[in-house]
Unconditional design. Structure first.
Length: 378
């Protein structure tokens, strides 16, 4: 499951946004710093209209009284305590914050872009200054991590010597890992000292692989969510300086929390009044999914209709392994049909008759919306 951490300075709207994501008031939303101490965790479905259409198709084809259960792909959101200047040296809840954020796959950085005299500004100055504050603290924390690793001379990674002068395969791999790690850390140290994020370092695939175990904060993908006022929401959504950048996003946490308390009909009417077609949360979840390079393939049968999360570029056997680890090893082939073609055909059997169901092997790269049946050996 993909895990995204919601971070930012205190009182920028993190917990309000988290409450809205879960459509219920789970996190304490309070007007004082560190209202959130232990991270709140919630699992949120990725909006996918394809599931209900597939469910109807299965119901008709299998002559079922009702649709099979629909199981969407999900993202786990973690609401983490507010960060303050000096967190990298333990200020505020710094150490606690940093330990929680190391455990997530991606960072959703909420930035205050609204004015409200009733909401305390705890270290918040302006969107640009606030963004820089967080980045500096994350960068300083990473710098401490790599300096500690460098000073310890990479314990446990030194290549083993052998009596006959040769090196075993394991010894060579160990030596290569050490070489890649040394070069990667030096590249990262240079960019961090220059005030940049670690993801600005031009790492090779091998270097990225060996530094993964360090859980560096600034190597994680970061999506910036600009939390704006209700009055400015519609205009900000049309601000090209924000919406044209893949890593930036506009949302009004207050509006989203209010929407979460309404019925579906009331939500639609409220959005019309605001001049918005889709809730910010739906856009946010989809954006996070796309930003992380994720896609969904689909399975459809009597038992359930389900979306499965994989990385873009995943091959068929590895996709099968997401369903069950044994499936990857015992993979034989995959029967694949494009979602749109399946819906157009009206049934799986009709799609097969039209030649739209393809047989794919181990080298097939999965596509978003593939409806798949994996054939697995015993």
């Amino acid at each position: 499951m993909v895990k995204a951490g919601i971070v930012g300075l205190p009182n920028v709207g993190k917990s309000t946004l988290f409450n809205a994501l879960l459509k219920k008031r789970v996190a304490l939303s309070a007007n004082y710093p560190f209202a959130t101490i232990e991270p709140n965790i919630g699992v949120v479905a990725v909006p996918d209209a394809r599931l209900s259409k597939l469910g109807e198709l299965v119901k008709e084809e299998e002559h079922m009284d009702q649709m099979p259960p629909l199981v969407p792909a999900v993202v786990e959101f973690v609401d983490i305590a507010g960060l303050v200047k000096g967190a990298s040296t333990g200020a505020g809840l710094g150490n606690q914050f940093l330990s929680h954020i190391r455990e997530v796959d991606a960072i959703l950085h909420v930035i205050r872009d609204f004015e409200d005299v009733e909401v305390i500004r705890e270290g918040s100055i302006s969107p640009d200054e606030d963004k820089l504050t967080i980045e500096i603290e994350l960068g300083l924390a990473d710098l401490q991590t790599i300096e500690k690793v460098q000073s310890s001379k990479f314990p446990g990674l030194a290549p083993r010597s052998h009596a006959k002068g040769g090196r075993s395969g394991a010894g060579k791999v160990q030596s290569d890992n050490l070489k890649f790690k040394v070069s990667a850390i030096e590249k990262i140290r240079v960019v961090l000292n220059a005030g940049q994020m670690a993801n600005a370092a031009n790492l090779t695939d091998d270097e990225q692989e060996v530094v993964r175990e360090l859980h560096l904060l600034t190597l994680k993908p970061i999506l910036y969510a600009y939390n704006v006022s209700e009055a400015e929401y519609a205009d900000k959504l049309r601000d090209s300086s924000l919406i044209t950048q893949n890593d930036k996003f506009v949302i009004c946490a207050k509006v989203e929390e209010e929407l979460a308390d309404l019925t579906e009909e009331e939500r639609i009417e409220y959005l019309k009044e605001l001049g918005i077609e889709e809730t910010g949360l739906e856009r946010l979840i989809k954006k996070a999914y796309f930003f992380l390079g994720l896609i969904s393939f689909l399975t459809a049968g009597k038992k359930e209709v389900r979306a499965w999360t994989i990385k873009r570029g995943t091959k068929a056997p590895q996709a099968a392994g997401v369903i069950h680890t044994d499936f990857e090893k015992k993979f034989i082939r995959a029967e694949v049909v494009e979602y749109g073609k399946l819906i157009e055909a009206g049934s799986h059997s009709a799609a097969k008759t039209k030649g739209w169901v393809r047989t794919e092997g181990k080298d097939y790269i999965m596509q978003d919306g593939d409806v798949v049946e994996f054939l697995i050996g015993s």
